[in-house]
Design a protein around this ligand. Structure first.
Ligand code: NAD
Length: 513
């Protein structure tokens, strides 16, 4: 993509001028240090944002609290109407926002546009949901009594997000939180801060046009220290945090100390099982896309391939051939399959992992390496690698956020493969490639995959909005997006109404005066 075209797109998002600050609605302010955002695509400075000081933070929370008292009284379908307008605006701005995601984060343009599409999809989902948000009614044991439950708005939702989905994760949370009557304060990743400024501009204009309080959507900028303002803050009943397991363990403890609620979406160590009954063609496409898409920087990226010994050589050779076709380069150029890693620290982690797997006895089938020269000036482009490994290797047990795929052999029945697949601390996404009904059903059964996502004949990445998204074990147990994930954004109340002139007590207790 030409630079001038990209600049025009950035202008459309109004993020051209540097030094954007903390924001409540459309007001931008801030007194903290500047955070520079460099593109991993070409190493150039895109812009700077002002980090949020404690004083700035207090202003934001005040504004959010004030907005909540109004917003919770707006009927849910009318809140849905605001989310509908937001979704429409995203449709209009899909191309420039997708380009910004691709340029600031480094994923391919197709994936950047896909991320904005996810935002649009969750808005549509939330609009429909705004006419539901239903509780149950139940029969009371007492005569002349009615019992039911209802869901009320919770308050401020604090959103802490990771760099790799710099816009979608926010919208998965906000679209639902807004229709639930909550207000949101977002701390985006310090590695992709301009994406959050662009999103804030879009929603702030919609709130203004509708004469709604600006504090319904707020952003704060900065690193983990700004995140800690939120996790320690009793005024925020729900913290939704997406990121590494290391971060999640700290956030969970901090929020639990004040008995707050947390929704955790943490790291994965996702595997595809390839059984003797697999369709090889779709298995290879699923594995390659899962391993190298977004340069291996998806929480659902395929990290491990667990292959039956009878298929092992064939799968291995086909994969090695497939990797030779991969084009690595500028992600805004649609001819390329693999873009850069987010920064040079990520490159170091990738190099360390490759060193470590060899030290532990692994065998590199496709050697990696950092690319240098024209087009690779940012120093963030690496070659996708494949290593033969054992599940017990320490490095295999760990999520390396880079395009490294480990091949693991299994023998005997599918149960053996499932045991390997479950033999990690993470529990996000999993898949089996098989045309055998018994194998597929075993994998999906209670004794099968222990992950939050379990797929048959598709890869580990690329979840749809309609289902609840999240994982078990050290992935954190949170669920976002579809199904009934909205319930965490509301508080549940059970109501019992007596429409008689008597006061019968529950459990048959007598209390006569
Ligand atoms: P990270 O943990 O380094 O940072 C994530 C966010 O947490 C950032 O905004 C950061 O500033 C903040 N943070 C860090 N420490 C904090 C603390 N102590 N208190 C408050 N906030 C804190 O993660 P990253 O490198 O940006 O993202 C990659 C990780 O995110 C991977 O592990 C990936 O699997 C995971 N991820 C998970 C999902 C999911 O849905 N399960 C989705 C995307 C990414």
């Amino acid at each position: 993509m030409e630079t001038s075209k990209l600049q025009k797109s950035l202008q459309k998002l109004n993020i051209q001028d540097v030094n954007k600050g903390t924001s409540t609605g459309s007001k931008s302010f801030g007194n903290g240090e500047l955070i520079a955002s460099y593109s991993p695509v070409d190493g150039k400075l895109i812009g700077k944002v002002i980090s949020t000081t404690k004083q700035d933070y207090e202003k934001v929370i005040e504004s959010a609290q004030k907005a909540f008292t109004t917003w919770r009284l707006v009927p849910a379908p009318q809140r849905g109407e605001i989310v509908r307008q937001f979704g429409d605006k995203l449709r209009e701005l899909k191309q420039p926002l997708g380009e910004l995601v691709s340029y600031e984060m480094g994923k391919s343009l197709q994936e950047g546009l896909g991320e904005v599409q996810e935002m649009i999809d969750i808005c549509d989902f939330a609009v429909g949901l705004s006419r539901q948000l239903h509780g149950l009614t139940m029969h009371s044991e007492r005569p002349g009594h009615r019992m039911y439950e209802q869901y009320h708005s919770l308050g401020i939702v604090g959103i802490i997000s990771a760099f790799n989905f710099p816009v979608a994760v926010w919208s998965w949370n906000t679209a639902l939180a807004w229709i639930c009557g909550d207000v949101c304060v977002w701390k985006a990743s310090e590695k992709a801060p301009l994406c959050s400024i662009a999103c804030q501009h879009i929603i702030a204009n919609i709130l203004k046009e509708n004469n709604l309080p600006e504090g319904i959507s707020c952003i704060v900028n900065g690193d983990y220290k700004v995140g800690e303002f939120m996790t320690t803050d009793k005024r925020i009943p729900l913290i939704s945090a997406t990121g590494s397991i290391k971060m999640g363990k700290i956030v969970a403890k901090t929020v639990a100390e004040r008995l707050g609620r947390s929704l955790l979406e943490l790291g994965g160590n996702n595997a595809i099982i390839i059984t003797p009954n697999a369709d090889l063609k779709i298995s290879i496409i699923g594995a390659v896309f899962g391993a190298v898409g977004t340069a291996g920087q998806r929480c659902t990226s395929t990290r491990r391939l667990i292959i039956h010994e009878s298929m092992y050589e064939q799968v291995k050779n086909t994969l090695v051939d497939a990797y030779k076709q991969l084009r690595i380069g500028n992600p805004l150029d649609e001819k390329n399959h693999v873009g850069p890693l987010i920064d040079k620290d990520a490159v170091k982690m990738y190099e360390n992992a490759l060193k470590k797997v060899v030290e532990e006895g692994g065998n590199l089938l496709v050697e990696g390496g950092v690319l240098k020269g024209e087009g690779y000036e940012s120093g963030c482009y690496v070659k996708p690698a494949i290593a033969e490994a054992k599940n017990a290797f320490e490095i295999v047990q760990h999520e390396t956020f880079a395009p490294i795929l480990y091949l693991i052999k299994y023998s005997g029945e599918v149960e053996n493969a499932i045991e390997i697949q479950n033999g990690v601390v993470q529990g996000l996404s999993s898949a089996i490639m098989t045309t055998n009904l018994r194998e597929a059903e075993k994998f999906l059964s209670v004794a099968g995959s222990d992950c939050g996502i379990a797929n048959v004949n598709i890869g580990t990445s690329g979840a749809e909005i309609g289902g609840a998204f999240g994982g078990e074990k050290e992935t954190g147990g949170g669920r976002e997006s579809g199904s009934d994930a909205w319930k965490i954004y509301m508080r549940r109340q059970t109501n019992t109404i007596n429409y008689t002139s008597n006061l019968p007590l529950a459990q048959g207790i007598k209390f006569d005066l």
